[in-house]
Every structure is written in structure tokens, then in C-alpha cells.
Design a protein around this ligand. Structure first.
Ligand code: HEM
Length: 394
């Protein structure tokens, strides 16, 4: 996974790929003409395509069935995996013929295998199409190049081989789609629950676009420093969403005995960090139940201040390798959605309550919901019956 950090996750060329996916989603949403839809599938598809762009240099349309199946399998992996699965701690349980002991291990590994096979097919195609040039097109090119260097140097302990490559791409699909998609689905919920905050974000965006005389259709990464309130809102969404409650269910094991905060931790103990407890600790984040982006702003509200206790991606050597890509995705998706749309949940407004409207599996994710989007630049939208009776965010 360290190769991911090395091979340029979050580099500027990814911006184009991300913006293309957002624009594709906008086209589909606009065709809905404000009718409510479940945004989850569209987001997961777009985010998986971003991984495809990074890994293989290609993308798949929303109608391509084989890819759609893989996207569904990824989503399912996150509902199958659960903290209560003892198998994470006692791997031998997977051989016990009692389902309650095994959890969903069998189905999970079946899904993993199918995603693995899909990645394998794409890697093989990609290998055949290698053009022999020195230029690195994507992650696979870089990986294969490194494999070649290690081979020529007779490096016996090289970790660059085909299986490793396909496994790491499969891990990217699984680790890099549902996490961001879930955070975005939380973002809509927090914006609906806090309309004054949505309004402030939209005003900040509108004023900036006007004053800077921005001509492009889409907000880009270079615009980020000029939108401090929006940035702080994204951090607050992540803090309150708390999607990786127990470290995203990734278990760690200490290779040597140690002492932590006065506790002796014997060698080989299974350890899961409780990020949830940090993000709701009132000593660090006063009134932690309150959605308040200004906690991440300086006193004059002009610059963003991150807090060391804000750790949605974990910390240290094993922290999320996709952090910079995820930060880019969150900024580009959220800023462009808020600039373009107002939104609401016409049929579920009484159910939506961020304190209870979620389920915890591998991630802490909102239940499915139907959301309508109204283009802020198109007055005709407001004639839509579906939206007439519903108060909109701003
Ligand atoms: C908002 C989005 C995301 C959040 C909150 C998040 C959070 C996390 C967390 C907490 C971990 C566990 C770290 C640990 O074990 O201590 C993790 C692992 C991981 N993440 Fe992310 N992540 C996000 C997006 C992404 C993206 C976009 C990618 C890929 C492009 C990605 C790829 C991975 C992978 C492959 C691992 C496993 C790393 C390993 O086993 O060493 N994540 N993530």
C-alpha cells in the first residue's frame, strides 16, 4: 500500500477524471427533473470509475452491466462485513460450520474473488496494450515498471508481482469507493439538517465565483483556498459522520509488548482504534453533538484550522493510503453539488435524523434515502410537483 502514496495519489491529473465523473452524474440527475432518486449507486459508480481512471486509465459508462455488477458487489461487501464478526480476531472460525460463528465470511470472500477476477481481466488487457513508451500512464504502468526493475536487479524480496498488483487494485476498489460515497451521502443529510450552513456555503461559493470572475463551469482544486467556510464544513461533515468508527474495522497487532497510557499491552494483541470516541470527545470538540463548522475556523473565520484529534483517515504508518485522493473527491463533489443544486428528501423528511438514521457495518453509513435535486440556475425546476410542497435547503 505504501506504493499508492508513492505513486502520486491525489496528483493534479486526477482532478480531470473526478470532474468528468461529477459532470456525468449531473447529466443523469438533471434528466430526473427533480424526481427523487437514491444517489448511492450513482456515487459509487462514479467513485469506482475514478479508481479505474487512476489504475487502468479507463472508465465505464453507467450502462455497462459487468462494471455495474462489480459496483454492486463492492456495496454489498460493506453491508456484509461487521464488527461483530469474530472471524477478524479468530481467523480459524471461518472453518466452523455454524453461520452465526462464521458471520458473512463466505459471501464476503466470494464477492472479493469476483472483484479480484474483474481487476485481473483489466490488468491483463492493460498489459497487452503496453505501448513500450517511457511515459507512465497510470498506476499499473508504474507497478509493472517497478516489477521489471526488481527482476533485473534479481531482488529476491520484491513485493512487486502480478498477484500483489491485482490484490492492491481490488483493495482500492473496496477501500476507495464506499468510504467516500458514504461520506457524501452524510454530507447531503447534514446540509438538509443545517440549512443555514448550506446557505453560508452557497453564499461563499457564489460571492467568490462572482468576485474572481470565474468562467469555468466547475469549481476546481485551485479555488479551495478561497472557500474556508466550505472547507470547514467538509471537515465537520467528516467529524460528525464518523464513518470509520472502529478504525474502519481494520485490526492491528503489535509485534512487541508495549505500554500505552499506563496499560501493558502484551505482544500480539489485536487492536482497533476507537476514532468515534475521539471525534465526540467534548474536551477537544466542545458541544460535540452540535454541527458547527466554525470549530475548524480561526477566530476571524478566514482560515481553516485542523485539530490533531481530527483523524478520519487514521494516523501513522498504516493510515489510509487514499487520503489525498479522498480529500480531493470530497472537495470537488461537495463544492460542485452545493454550487449547482438545492436538495431535499421529499418522502422521508420525518425519518432523516443524523443521530439515529444509520447502520454500522464496516462503516457507519446512513440508511438508503431518496433525494431530489433542484438546479439553482433553472427556475423551471421549481414548477416540478415533487418539490412544490417541500422546504428547500436555501
Ligand atoms: C472519506 C473517505 C475515506 C475514509 C474516511 C477512509 C478511512 C480509512 C481508514 C480509517 C482506514 C484504516 C487505516 C488503519 O488501518 O489504521 C483506511 C484504510 C484504507 N483505505 Fe481509506 N478512507 C477513505 C477513502 C479511501 C480512498 C479514496 C482509497 C483509495 C483510493 C482508500 C483506500 C484504502 C485502503 C486500500 C486501505 C487499507 C490500507 C491497508 O490495509 O494498509 N481509502 N481508510
Amino acid at each position: 500500500m505504501s506504493t499508492l502514496k508513492k505513486f502520486g495519489m491525489g496528483k493534479v491529473f486526477l482532478q480531470e477524471t473526478i470532474l468528468a465523473e461529477i459532470q456525468d452524474i449531473f447529466v443523469i440527475i438533471d434528466k430526473q427533473k427533480c424526481k427523487a432518486l437514491n444517489i448511492k449507486g450513482l456515487l459509487t459508480h462514479g467513485l469506482s470509475n475514478i479508481i479505474c481512471g487512476f489504475a487502468f486509465g479507463e472508465r465505464f459508462s453507467h450502462d455497462y452491466e459487468e462494471f455495474q455488477d462489480v459496483v454492486n458487489l463492492i456495496e454489498e461487501c460493506f453491508t456484509l462485513g461487521s464488527h461483530d464478526s469474530w472471524i477478524t480476531i479468530f481467523p480459524l472460525l471461518r472453518f466452523v460450520p455454524i453461520k452465526s460463528m462464521r458471520g458473512n465470511y463466505k459471501q464476503f470472500s466470494k464477492n472479493f474473488k469476483k472483484i479480484f477476477n474483474f481487476a485481473k481481466k483489466l490488468v491483463e488487457n492493460h498489459k497487452q496494450n503496453l505501448d513500450g513508451s517511457e511515459e507512465t500512464r497510470d498506476y499499473i504502468d508504474e507497478f509493472l515498471r517497478q516489477t521489471d526493475i526488481d527482476k533485473k536487479a534479481n531482488k529476491m524480496d520484491s513485493t512487486f508481482d502480478m498477484d500483489q498488483l491485482i490484490t492492491s487494485i481490488t483493495n482500492l476498489f473496496i477501500g476507495g469507493t464506499e468510504t467516500t460515497s458514504t461520506t457524501l451521502r452524510w454530507a447531503f443529510i447534514f446540509m438538509i439538517e443545517n440549512p443555514e450552513c448550506l446557505q453560508k456555503c452557497q453564499t461563499e461559493i457564489d460571492e467568490y465565483i462572482e468576485s474572481a470572475n470565474i468562467s469555468t463551469d466547475m469549481i476546481q482544486m485551485t479555488d479551495k483556498p478561497f472557500l474556508p467556510y466550505l472547507q470547514a464544513t467538509i471537515l465537520e461533515i467528516q467529524r460528525c459522520a464518523n464513518i470509520a468508527t472502529l478504525g474502519g474495522s481494520t485490526m492491528h497487532r503489535n509485534l512487541a509488548a508495549t505500554t500505552l497510557a499506563g496499560y501493558n499491552i502484551p505482544k500480539d494483541t489485536y487492536i482497533a482504534a476507537n476514532f468515534y470516541s475521539v471525534h465526540v470527545d467534548g474536551r477537544v470538540f466542545p458541544h460535540p453533538d452540535k454541527f458547527d463548522p466554525t470549530r475548524f475556523l480561526s477566530d476571524d473565520l478566514k482560515s481553516v484550522q485542523r485539530h490533531p484529534a481530527f483523524i478520519p483517515f487514521s494516523i501513522g504508518k498504516k493510515s489510509c493510503p487514499g487520503e489525498s485522493l479522498a480529500n480531493m473527491e470530497l472537495f470537488l463533489f461537495i463544492s460542485n453539488f452545493l454550487r449547482r443544486y438545492n436538495f431535499n428528501v421529499p418522502n422521508q423528511s420525518s425519518q432523516i435524523n443524523s443521530k439515529i438514521f444509520y447502520t454500522t457495518s464496516l462503516t457507519r453509513a446512513p440508511h438508503d434515502y431518496q433525494i431530489s435535486f433542484v438546479n439553482r440556475n433553472n427556475d423551471n425546476n421549481n414548477n416540478n410537483d415533487n418539490f412544490k410542497n417541500v422546504p428547500i435547503g436555501a
